[in-house]
Ligand binder design. Structure first.
Ligand code: UFG
Length: 332
């Protein structure tokens, strides 16, 4: 297939581009490089430096490239920033996606895979989370992703868009061959921060609260390996029929606490990784983990990385080889 990947220079997008290229698809990345990295883009993919909200750019690309489908990753994703600057998030994530959808509609492209999130569930009524639980996000980031899901659902009914929303849990890990990995600025995610402690770049990891109603008092999340994420995107775009909206939870089905992540990282790195309990971070639900059985049943997909230690091993390999992330690559 000829595929457009928005945000293909970002963490999940770049792993997905590799998966698509390896499967024989022809990929064009559209990224404004505000957060993505050129060095993360597979050398067999082409890239365009631009914004999804630039309609003139999309109008120049679509007729020439004749895309069969779009994988849409481009978005801002910092939950705390979304609380402080909600309109920045609504403009980029929602308004930008609307421009992209209008271009798809007008150029006859009817297949989309969308990077959604378990944050659309907010604080779920129970775990594991199933797809038909109420979507009541508790922060602007989650609300922008849910608003896009609504636009996809309504577009499927109105003009025949085929769209698949993949609601990821916590994306984690790096490419198995060590080629690409996770590099956010500033970094806020647990696993890269823990590994920065192991590299001696931080004195300790802060545990955001140990008084949650969980067995060890710390928050439980479902860490899904980025290559497993890439695989389900490929399967979703290859199997997406026009005119249908569908949504899947993308997780391992196994919950892992903050303390369990830190303990596993100690085993993998051999570093003591000092941890300091600090206050709760606002807006963190105590427990989020997926029931991924719908994706298995309907798409034949399930996570291959099921042990947090193997996930951490891939991340550790990347962070050791790239202690400053992609900066060496850009400067070298
Ligand atoms: N945590 C710490 N200390 C840290 C960082 C994180 O204890 O220094 C804890 C958090 O409180 C949370 C867990 O580690 O319990 C994971 O936190 P992350 O920040 O790595 O990820 P989130 O669970 O906050 O991820 C959420 C949503 C995703 C969404 C993402 C946006 O679950 O769907 O925010 O970046 F994509």
């Amino acid at each position: 297939m000829r595929l457009l990947v928005t945000g293909g220079a970002g963490y999940v997008g770049s792993h997905c581009v590799r998966e698509l290229v390896r499967a024989g698809h022809e990929v064009v990345v559209l990224d404004d490089f505000s957060a993505g990295h050129r060095a993360a883009i597979d050398s067999n993919a082409r890239w365009v430096d631009g914004d999804i909200a630039d309609r003139a750019l999309l109008d120049s690309l679509f007729p020439v490239e004749g895309f069969d489908g779009v994988l849409h990753f481009a978005a801002f994703l910092d939950v705390g920033e979304s609380v402080r600057e909600p309109l920045k998030y609504f403009r980029n994530n929602v308004a930008g996606s609307v421009v992209l959808l209008e271009a798809m509609r007008d150029h006859g492209v009817r297949r989309l895979v969308f990077s959604s999130t378990c944050a659309t569930y907010g604080v779920p009524p129970g775990v594991p989370i199933v797809e038909d639980m109420p979507q009541v996000p508790i922060n602007p980031y989650g609300r922008t992703k849910l608003a896009i899901e609504w636009a996809l659902r309504d577009s499927a009914a109105a003009w025949g868009l085929g769209a698949c929303a993949l609601r990821y849990f916590n994306a984690a890990g790096a490419a198995s061959d060590g080629a690409i990995g996770e590099d956010h600025h500033p970094e806020s995610h647990l696993i890269p921060l823990v590994l920065q402690v192991a590299l001696g770049q931080r004195p300790h990891i802060g545990i955001f609260g140990d008084d949650y109603p969980t067995p060890d008092g710390t928050c439980i999340r479902d860490y899904i390996h980025v290559e497993d994420l890439a695989a389900i995107h490929r399967i979703a775009i290859e199997s997406q029929p026009p005119g249908l909206f569908r949504a899947y939870n993308v997780g391992t089905g196994v919950g892992c606490s903050v303390r369990e992540v830190i303990d596993a990282a100690r085993q993998v790195t051999g570093h003591p990784i000092p941890a300091v309990v600090s206050p709760r971070r606002e807006g963190d639900p105590p427990q989020l983990f997926a029931d991924p059985s719908k994706a298995k049943r309907e798409l034949g997909w399930q996570a291959k990385f099921r042990d947090i230690r193997t996930v951490l091993q891939t991340a550790w390999r990347w962070h050791q080889a790239h202690p400053r992330g992609y900066r060496e690559a850009a400067e070298g």
